[in-house]
Design a protein around this ligand. Structure first.
Ligand SMILES: Cc1ncc(COP(=O)(O)O)c(C=O)c1O
Length: 386
């Protein structure tokens, strides 16, 4: 609880501050809860289904989810990757968090290792430990790209998976095709050395939120032992609706057993199935995404300002987070000062395993973003960044 409570603590302190000063006087850049409403196609589909109910629409279905929805997801993945996929390669899941837990429960034996890169997504440790796995942390370079030399050294006989998150929360980096090629080569070399299968588990809820015309390199194209564990939380802006999926490369070893495992684990983890109504809604929305240009506008605004204030920061290529270097060593003291003196809420780098940085979200309204800037500028000046 103590380890994992940073974001929740910020959330609770934020509520207290909003009560004290009025919500319009607190600038909350701490929570990745997208401000954007779902696209009009989503609302149209909601209404269409509500107005045309069909028998059994709210009942159980097979644990894997509706075959038609799984086929629609598979068709979209085929379009994106060129790999022929069908409903036999997909099960529906309760958000990306549910999908990752289903994937990990299926593949992990107690003591198996899962590699994650720094900075990590807060709940990865919890997810891996839920299934008696052990996390091994691997460093990234100064641009937050995985250090492949360190990756190669970290892989051992017990390594079962590499849990990746590109576009990345909290840094916004997108792993390039070149990096994915090298990563795939390393995994196959190690699979041959140890006689094992090493899976990429790809947590990719931001894969469509990507900027400057960049193309998302899917792990499916670089490693046949790839499992996609993701959701529509961010691309359709519906995180509260809990709809996602697990997809497996059609040529993965033990493919059919693994799909049966995903289905069984969906049941025994207590999900039973992904929400029925949402499965029906997202079926026809596989090619639909919220307007990414809006997030790109916010990305440009916050990045340009932070650079102007003197912060050292990488330009995010995707997702809706930015991860500047802290002007002082103690990131916790810094975010508290930002909060107490300037009413700007952020999350310290220590929450992601990388003290000395802090995370800001820019999936907020224009006003919040604009009014958060003077506080960031004041502290930059106070600590001599310009
Ligand atoms: C990297 C990452 N993985 C997983 C999740 C959880 O996604 P979901 O709400 O679809 O479970 C989030 C949510 O913010 C995230 O940022």
């Amino acid at each position: 609880m103590v380890k994992g409570s940073w974001i929740r603590r910020m959330f609770e302190e934020g509520i207290a501050m909003k009560k004290k000063y009025g919500p319009e006087n607190v600038y909350d850049l701490s929570l990745g809860n997208p401000i954007m409403e779902p696209p009009p196609e989503f609302k149209r589909e909601l209404k269409r289904l509500a107005n045309n109910p069909f028998p059994g629409m709210h009942g159980y279905m097979e644990n894997a989810g509706y075959p038609q929805t799984r086929a629609a997801v598979a068709e979209q993945l085929t379009k994106e990757t060129g790999i022929k996929m069908t409903e036999k390669d997909v099960i529906m899941a309760v958000g990306a968090a549910g999908a990752i837990n289903v994937a990990l429960k299926t593949i992990l034996d107690p003591g198996d290792e899962v590699i994650v890169f720094l900075p990590w997504f807060v709940d990865y440790f919890n997810y891996v430990e839920n299934h008696d796995g052990v996390v091994r942390v691997v460093e990234t370079d100064e641009g937050f790209m995985p250090r492949l030399d360190k990756l190669e050294k970290a892989i051992g006989a017990r390594t079962k998976a590499l849990l990746i998150d590109s576009p990345n929360n909290p840094t916004g980096v997108v792993y390039s095709a070149e990096l994915m090629t090298q990563m795939g080569d390393i995994l196959r070399k190690k699979e041959a050395e140890y006689g094992t299968e090493i899976f990429i588990v790809s947590d990719e809820p931001y894969k469509k939120i990507i900027y400057d015309g960049l193309k998302y390199p899917s792990p499916l194209n670089f490693h046949r032992h790839s499992i996609i564990a993701t959701s529509h939380s961010k691309d359709l802006s519906v995180p509260g609706e809990r709809i996602g999926y697990v997809a497996l490369h059609p040529e993965a070893k033990y493919h059919d057993e693994m799909m049966t495992g995903f289905t069984f684990c969906t049941r025994v983890l207590g999900f039973i199935n992904a929400p029925a109504f949402m499965q029906n809604v997202v079926r026809s929305l596989q090619g639909v995404t919220i307007p990414v240009s809006e997030y790109q506008r916010h990305r440009d605004f916050i990045y340009d300002n932070l650079v102007r204030f003197g912060y050292t920061v990488n330009k995010p290529q995707g997702a809706f987070y930015i991860f500047p270097k802290c002007p002082i060593e103690d990131d916790v003291a810094f975010i508290h000062e930002l909060q107490q003196e300037h009413h700007v809420l952020t999350v310290p780098g220590v929450a992601f395993g990388t003290p000395g940085y802090f995370r800001l979200v820019y999936c907020v309204d224009d006003r919040t973003l604009e009014l958060a800037m003077p506080g960031l500028e004041a502290l930059a000046r106070k600590y001599g960044l310009k």
